[in-house]
Design a protein around this ligand. Structure first.
Ligand code: HEM
Length: 151
């Protein structure tokens, strides 16, 4: 198992689980628990992003190592996952800002949308991880720094 991708995938999954727990808390009107769980979910998502970004810059990205005829489907799925993750991150920040500004009406409206986008981000993220590292052997890994410096 590759260390950094496994660690970053763990943090996406943890973040989605915390969002689910935070949702249950607000349904039960446990406001403090909701706040703390959602902040933990945001920190977990941030850890995912930091690990993912540092790996991309220092080690590089790994290409799909599975069968050639599956490559196009893998790429389409990966792009779908990246779009979900980006939209989820933007919605997550907006949801948090609305909460801290006590704009609870809007926060309550956007919160479920953010949560559902984040669940799908985590599910598709795990699928990408399985396709890239577990079901097939990873392809070539090229470092961004190496690519830039032409090493
Ligand atoms: C299922 C979706 C969600 C619903 C229905 C919901 C609803 C609420 C409600 C009603 C409050 C007000 C509690 C109070 O009166 O003190 C609240 C607070 C809060 N929510 Fe959410 N929320 C949801 C999702 C989220 C998400 C995804 C995040 C994080 C990105 C989040 C972060 C917070 C925070 C940090 C507070 C506390 C603000 C503060 O008191 O300083 N919530 N939420």
């Amino acid at each position: 198992m590759p260390l950094l991708p496994t660690l970053s995938t763990f943090f996406i999954v943890l973040s989605a689980l915390l969002v689910a727990v935070g949702w249950v808390f607000i349904v039960k009107k446990k406001f403090r628990a909701h706040r703390n769980t959602m902040i933990s979910a945001a920190i977990s998502a941030l850890l995912f992003f930091i690990i993912y970004l540092s790996r991309t810059i220092i080690v590089g990205n790994t290409s799909f190592g599975g069968p050639e005829e599956l490559k196009v489907y893998y790429t389409a799925f990966l792009i779908f996952h990246i779009i979900l993750a980006t939209v989820g991150a933007v919605f997550g920040i907006i949801t948090l800002v609305l909460a801290f500004k006590r704009n609870i009406k809007k926060h309550e409206k956007i919160g479920p949308v953010t949560s559902i986008i984040w669940f799908f981000t985590a599910i598709t993220g795990v699928a990408v991880y399985l396709l890239l590292y577990i079901l097939y052997e990873g392809g070539e890994t090229t470092s961004m720094i190496k690519a830039i410096l032409g090493l």
